[in-house]
Design a binder for this molecule. Structure first.
Ligand SMILES: [Zn+2]
Length: 160
């Protein structure tokens, strides 16, 4: 079930909604080699009218299953957005879906959760990875300091 609100009912005042969004309802097509969603998204939000828009504030959280980008260890991580705030508009490119009086807020929550995902998950901040690979990487970068590719490209080649 997507997260929907009845816009007409909001005319009498703000409403608070708490619950869970199944992964299939907001991230069915999400794939990432290092990050997976291993719990539903929990939300506790307040929705109120803001002119023609809806102001949505509250908190979101979800459990991630991650693979450390340095040592490949599997670990879990809580992604929390304690001060979620977004504006749902019904016109333009950022418009949220609306069917009659029923607005679907799922894309708003999805966007902030996706923005909060770690691009480079680490099992701990000072993870040194696999020692021998780290050495190989340093010498590799030393030999080819300016071959025009990004450092990430060099890292990717080393993973082979
Ligand atoms: Zn690690």
């Amino acid at each position: 079930m997507p997260l929907t609100v009845n816009v007409r009912l909001l005319e009498s005042g703000p409403t608070r909604i708490a619950g869970e969004l199944a992964v299939d309802d907001f991230a069915a097509d999400f794939t990432d080699p290092l990050v997976r969603f291993v719990s539903p998204m929990s939300y506790d939000i307040e929705v109120q009218r803001n002119g023609p828009d809806l102001a949505v504030t509250g908190k979101l959280s979800i459990t991630l299953g991650c693979t450390c980008a340095r040592c490949l260890k599997e670990f879990r991580s809580e992604l929390g957005i304690p001060r979620f705030a977004a504006l749902a508009t019904f016109t333009g490119e950022e418009a949220v879906p609306k069917d009659g009086d029923i607005a679907d807020l799922t894309p708003l929550l999805r966007e902030d959760i996706f923005l909060g995902l770690p691009a480079n998950p680490l099992c701990r901040p000072d993870c040194r990875g696999l020692a021998r690979k780290a050495k190989a990487r340093d010498s590799h970068l030393g030999v080819q300091p300016s071959d025009g590719s990004s450092p990430w490209g060099a890292l990717d080649r080393l993973k082979l």
